[in-house]
Design a binder for this molecule. Structure first.
Ligand code: PLP
Length: 404
């Protein structure tokens, strides 16, 4: 593969060299915990024990780094395991994190309850509002954590502007790129330091594996604020320390999971095109309906982040949310009356799913500043035939109207 290969070519070829022993086109699933040594310390290819390294995982980690245009990719047992490895490596008691007020509920819970328990502090803020972010930064702030589009309200935050703001303040700027996927948005190219993924979602893409990833940008030795006492660590050094945490704490992905994720990634580009076109058609249909108070989809001209999304993304993705005019009761009825859209947590698979955030994905943030209104329903639009999906939405809307 050429160094300047484009996205879809990298997705298929990066890290995916054929097996030198047999010529197998696809790198094998190395189902092994350990590796024979040619004499003590005589490792073949550097592999010693599969918590520290496994060739199937290496193939995925190389692919992940190439997708995001980063220097180092690391693959974990889940998205939250990846987030935790980064945070626990970087933070000490008393340190402070600025986090979006509309992020994945589990991320908020991890920072609030797990890291909060040993003294890490946080401030929750609307990261689509630059002044609000600026106001939330304190002397002890080490990390600015952004999710864009956000979850579930699909707010768009300006990654380039936030990266600049973070750099000036000496912070590490982390972007959770799960919703857009690298096919549609490349935060490192916009100036972010670290990208986080739940590969469970679009990267795996088939709802058959749980996994997570971190991708680190190349080092930033010339950035202002780097150095002793600054939250902005040299990135190559940070990547090395997090790699140690991955090995020493052990939340790695197994070879079967790594294989499934690599396999999914190869079709990411074409899947995201179809997710995006299907979601736009559904967003437009929902926008016309009187029972729907508001449609949150960055591909709609009515979305406040539309222009920014058009600038920093190459497509608008497959996630959208709606606010039902009839409030919580109507939202629950809608979420329970689709058929093709199956009621389930998670997102990003080829099949369409519907979720009721306030009691499902975001139940853990009830009663906090990140609480999701009861009138909200979130859709993960799959890649089925769009006419079948529209018919399903029409059916659910008709049932809504028949009760009201
Ligand atoms: C699902 C999700 C996570 C957590 O990932 P897991 O693989 O479930 O641990 C983090 N961020 C976002 C945006 C998610 O959707």
């Amino acid at each position: 593969m050429h160094d300047n290969a484009r996205f879809d070519t990298r997705a298929i070829h990066a890290g995916q060299e054929f097996d030198p022993t047999t010529g197998a086109v696809i790198p094998p699933i190395y189902a092994t915990s350990t590796y024979v040594q040619d004499g003590i310390g005589g490792l073949r290819g550097g592999y010693e024990y599969s918590r520290g390294g496994n060739p199937t995982r290496t193939a995925l980690e190389t692919q992940l780094a190439a997708l995001e245009g980063g220097a180092t990719g690391l693959s974990f047992a889940s998205g939250l395991a990846a987030e935790d490895a980064l945070l626990r490596t970087l933070l000490a008691p008393g340190d402070h994190v600025v986090i979006g007020n509309d992020v994945y509920g589990g991320t908020h819970r991890l920072i609030r309850r797990v890291h909060g328990a040993w003294g890490v502090r946080h401030t929750t803020v609307d990261t689509s509002d630059l002044d609000a972010v600026r106001g939330a930064i304190e002397p002890g702030t080490k990390v600015l954590w952004i999710e864009t589009p956000s979850n579930p309200l699909m707010k768009i935050s300006d990654v380039a502007a936030l990266a600049e703001l973070g750099r000036a303040a000496g912070l590490l700027v982390v972007v959770d790129n799960t919703f857009a996927s690298p096919a549609l948005q490349q935060p490192l190219a916009l100036g972010a330091d670290v990208v986080v993924h739940s590969t469970t979602k679009y990267l795996g893409g088939h709802s058959d594996v749980v996994g997570g990833a971190l991708v680190f940008a190349a080092g930033l030795g010339d950035a202002p604020g780097v150095g002793a006492g600054s939250g902005r660590t040299e990135l190559a050094d940070l990547a090395e320390r997090v790699t140690f945490t991955q090995f020493a704490a052990g939340a790695v992905s197994g070879p079967f999971d790594a294989f499934l994720t690599s396999r999914g990634i190869k079709t990411l580009g074409v899947r995201m095109e179809r997710h995006s076109s299907n979601a736009l058609a559904i967003a437009r249909r929902l926008e016309e309906h009187a029972g729907i108070e508001r449609v949150f989809y960055p591909g709609l001209e009515s979305h406040p982040g539309h222009e920014l999304a058009a600038r920093q993304m190459s497509g608008f993705g497959g996630m959208l949310s709606i606010a039902l005019a009839g409030g919580g009761a109507a939202a629950r009825r809608f979420a329970e009356s689709t058929e093709l859209f199956q009621l389930a947590e998670s997102l990003g698979g080829v099949e369409s799913l519907v979720n009721y955030p306030s009691e499902m994905t975001h139940a853990s943030v009830k009663g906090t500043e990140a609480e999701v209104p009861e009138s909200i329903v979130r859709l993960s639009v799959g890649i089925e035939d769009v006419d079948d999906l529209l018919a399903d939405i029409d059916g659910a809307l008709a049932r809504l109207a028949s009760v009201e």
